[in-house]
Design a protein around this ligand. Structure first.
Ligand SMILES: [Zn+2]
Length: 481
């Protein structure tokens, strides 16, 4: 049987964090009562004229600059025509053959382009069950109409649903740290369409693609892509052809339904926007965009790796979540030059995050917890110096998370200090050996399996304060192994 591979490209719509709309002065406030932020321009009244929001262009240029794309010298807008109640003008002002940004790359995925445009209004379909005003209907909120968007289009370089969702996480975090959008998926500030086709493994041609529309959570994106890839494989294996169409994935049922046959660009009758003649992108806008790029997650991960000596995986984990990266740097600073940075990274990335976990799509911020960076640095140092063992360290962390404070008094109060070196531990190990003659017989033959029983015995006697490695060492010493 032929093996197939998916070929996936993404189109991401990002609402830009401007104060006002793309072509008028209406303010952007999420959650206000419907149709309270509108004006003749964004309602598409005849005789009104659009004015470009320079800040939206600057944010679009920042995205291009951050991804190493080629920034356009001219600003050119086109009309994209379609007829729908969410579009009062009957067209959307967008960009066509001269996007603001061409090319670029983020991590393992290349970009085709980034262009700017205005968002449509928000339609809510009451459906058969919801009745508004006495009849089954749809309602529209024009507050969203005219919101500045950046559309980011990737090359078809993604090969799995998992790669798509992990790359999107990187994109979202990068855009967040750039400060160009609040990237809130639940509020629709970041929405993703996926273009999906399949081809026999080893083939280099592109198959017919379908477009999966408007997915707004990482989980749905992964599920949706997997469902569509499976569907296309079934279609091809049954001897039929994949049709080019626009699809909707329903995460509740896992089903895929066709919205419409996919439009080609000719369906939109693109033509140059006569109300906005092409203009040069002002030099000061370019300079301001270039000057506003902060250190981004991939660069930060590289710095954590090369300058702070973290393993690749820890470096990415911490750098890809700004709150964790900031907390890590604060803890390293508090720990001073002697601090074991990799250990600090492990404690934050594993132990602390697990204790603070706030659920899917909500990243915990350790800075908002009761654990001060200096306390964590001290805890890591205590474990490093074997003043307490790791298990005891985890208990201390439990207390720090629950109550705050500093490790020293907690270690004392809870009696967690490690049993000191050989002098204190030796009699306890001796007693454990005396109590387990069977284990000792096996150990003497070179079978080290029963060492677990000895360590367990010692841990019980010392209430977990002994160091496992030290117990093994003393056992060997006593038995002359
Ligand atoms: Zn307006």
């Amino acid at each position: 049987m032929t093996a197939f591979e998916p070929v996936i490209g993404l189109e991401i719509h990002v609402q830009l964090a401007t104060r006002t709309k793309m072509f008028c002065g209406c303010e952007l406030v999420f959650g206000d009562p419907p149709n309270t932020h509108t004006c003749p321009v964004c309602l598409g009244m005849p005789g009104t004229l659009p004015v470009v929001n320079a800040e939206a262009i600057r944010l679009g240029l920042m995205i291009g600059e951050a991804f190493g794309g080629e920034l356009a010298e001219r600003l050119v807008f086109h009309r994209k025509s379609y007829f729908y109640p969410d579009l009062p003008k009957g067209y959307q002002i967008s960009q066509f053959d001269e996007p603001l940004v061409s090319g670029g790359r983020l991590g393992d995925v290349g970009l085709e382009r980034v262009h700017v445009e205005e968002d449509a209004a928000k339609l809510t379909h009451a459906g058969a069950s919801g009745r508004i005003g006495g009849s089954t209907s749809s309602v529209v909120d024009y507050n969203r109409g005219g919101t500045p968007l950046a559309e980011i289009v990737t090359l078809p370089e993604i090969r799995s649903a998992e790669q798509a969702s992990s790359w999107l996480r990187l994109l979202r975090e990068t855009l967040r740290q750039l400060g160009v959008s609040d990237v809130n998926m639940e509020e629709g500030s970041l929405r993703c369409d996926a273009n999906i086709s399949i081809r026999p493994v080893g083939d280099t041609t592109l198959g017919t693609k379908t477009e999966l529309k408007n997915m707004n959570s990482f989980r749905f994106i992964e599920q949706g892509i997997n469902a569509e890839v499976a569907r296309q494989i079934r279609v091809v294996e049954s001897g039929e052809r994949v049709q080019q169409e626009t699809l909707h994935f329903d995460p509740r049922t896992g089903s895929i339904t066709s919205l419409r046959s996919k439009e080609g660009s000719h369906d939109y009758r693109y033509f140059p926007e006569p109300d906005l003649p092409p203009v040069q992108v002002p030099a000061e806008l370019l300079e301001s965009a270039r000057a506003s790029i902060p250190e981004l997650p991939l660069q930060r991960a590289e710095r954590f790796r090369t300058e702070l000596g973290l393993h690749e995986e820890s470096a990415r984990l911490l750098a890809f979540r700004r709150a964790l990266g900031d907390y890590f740097e604060a803890t390293v600073a508090a720990g001073g030059p002697e601090a074991d940075r990799q250990q600090i990274a492990n404690w934050i990335g594993n132990d602390l995050v697990r204790r603070l976990d706030a659920g899917e799509d909500t990243d915990p911020d350790p800075a908002e917890s009761k654990v001060e960076p200096a306390s964590l640095a001290e805890l890591v140092a205590l474990v490093g110096a074997k003043t307490i063992n790791r298990k005891a360290g985890e208990k201390v962390l439990d207390v720090l998370v629950a109550e705050g404070g500093t490790p020293g008094p907690i270690v004392e109060r809870e009696g967690l200090a490690a049993i000191g070196g050989g002098d204190e531990l030796r009699p306890v190990v001796q007693a454990a050996l005396d109590a387990n003659p069977d284990a000792v017989e096996k150990l003497k033959t070179g079978n080290m399996k029963p060492i677990g029983a000895i360590v367990g015995h010692v841990m019980r006697e010392t209430k977990g304060r002994a160091d496992g490695g030290e117990v093994t060492r003393l056992t060997r010493e006593i038995l002359g192994l």
